[in-house]
Design a binder for this molecule. Structure first.
Ligand SMILES: [Zn+2]
Length: 344
């Protein structure tokens, strides 16, 4: 007899919303920050990972980028992050947001960055069988022209692992403002890159930020998207689009103080039939892991075995790997879900 916690932890998982530096082990962050003279707001581990809100968290997030200065360090973080997630939540596939602008102050150019991450993840794929793709992230704190320039850089240095664009950070006004980056999204789309956007996340975001991302930016996925349930007309449009959402339960608790109840917006999204997938967003910085996103959040939100299996499977369906790999992953996932269900 498998417990609910073990069933949820052992479900095979694809994580599609994971900012690369956030897979860094905290001891590794402390070690590398000290080595490279990066100031952290405190040496107290618990205090380091407590935030007043998203801007406060972003200070730590940005410091983590500065702590990574060599290809070997970047590859090590990539590898360790897979090792941890396999142990914590049976990770089978992951896509990472990579923000090239945040690595630039350390003199790490885009091709070197991508190749270092790919080295670490390829080694981890050999050792743990976890597939991966990379998604270049627009830094929303920079002007729109910087986003377009970032996409031009991605196009100038094609890499098999890099399949799309997304976002991190917030605008200088602490807003989402998806349409600010319209030119970058159009450029990416013209060249066959997949597209996703962070929308409908923050307290001052609008449900219509989600619809702007879907209808105007032409995204293939939405990251977060919670506010879409606040407006029936926006929700109807999201339902009609069939676009998947990457939802990150613990970050909603850490940054917006939402409790895990059946009224949580993620539960409402599931009830509305939206294709919901689960992810950590910033695992280490939100004191979570891909296993905890299922074991702690889903039962408290009133979601059961069948919901959890459907959510886990949706992560693979929404992945941006090639169709052969996706079919292979889905076949493995279906077999594992059947085997786990038989033990309940
Ligand atoms: Zn995110």
């Amino acid at each position: 007899m498998l417990s609910t916690t073990d069933y949820l932890r052992l479900l095979p998982k694809a994580e599609l919303h994971c900012h690369f530096v956030s897979v860094m082990r905290v001891p590794t962050l402390i070690e590398l920050a000290a080595k490279h003279d990066v100031a952290l707001k405190t040496d107290d581990l618990d205090a380091l990972l407590e935030y007043e809100g998203l801007p406060d968290f972003l200070d730590v997030f940005n410091a983590a980028h500065l702590a990574l200065t060599t290809g070997d360090e970047i590859a090590r973080v990539a590898y360790e992050g897979v090792e941890d997630a396999v142990r914590d939540g049976n990770l089978r596939y992951r896509e990472y947001f990579i923000n090239p602008d945040n690595f630039a102050p350390r003199g790490i150019d885009y091709p070197s960055l991508i190749d270092a991450i790919t080295d670490g993840l390829t080694q981890a794929e050999r050792d743990f069988g976890v597939g991966f793709r990379l998604v270049a992230a627009i830094n929303r704190s920079l002007p729109a022209a910087a986003a377009t320039a970032m996409v031009e850089t991605v196009l100038a240095h094609p890499r098999d692992a890099v399949v799309g664009i997304g976002q991190d950070d917030l605008t200088p006004e602490l807003t989402e403002d998806p349409l600010r980056f319209r030119e970058a999204y159009e450029l990416a789309g013209r060249h066959g890159l997949k597209r996703t956007a962070h929308a409908g996340e923050t307290m001052n975001a609008s449900p219509w930020n989600v619809i702007d991302a879907i209808e105007t930016l032409g995204v293939d996925r939405v990251d977060h998207g919670y506010r879409v349930v606040d407006d029936p007309a926006a929700l109807a449009k999201a339902q009609a689009s069939g676009i998947p959402f990457t939802c990150t339960p613990h970050s909603t608790h850490m940054l917006s103080h939402w409790e895990f109840t059946p009224e949580h917006r993620i539960a409402q999204m599931v009830a509305a039939g939206l294709p919901v997938t689960l992810a950590t967003d910033d695992a280490v910085f939100f004191k979570t892991d891909i296993g905890r996103e299922y074991t702690h959040a889903l039962p408290a939100m009133g979601l059961g075995d069948a919901d959890a299996a459907r959510i886990a499977r949706a992560g693979f369906e929404a992945a941006w790997c090639n169709e052969d790999q996706k079919a292979r992953l889905l076949a493995e996932v279906d077999a594992q879900i059947l085997a786990l269900s038989a033990l309940r």
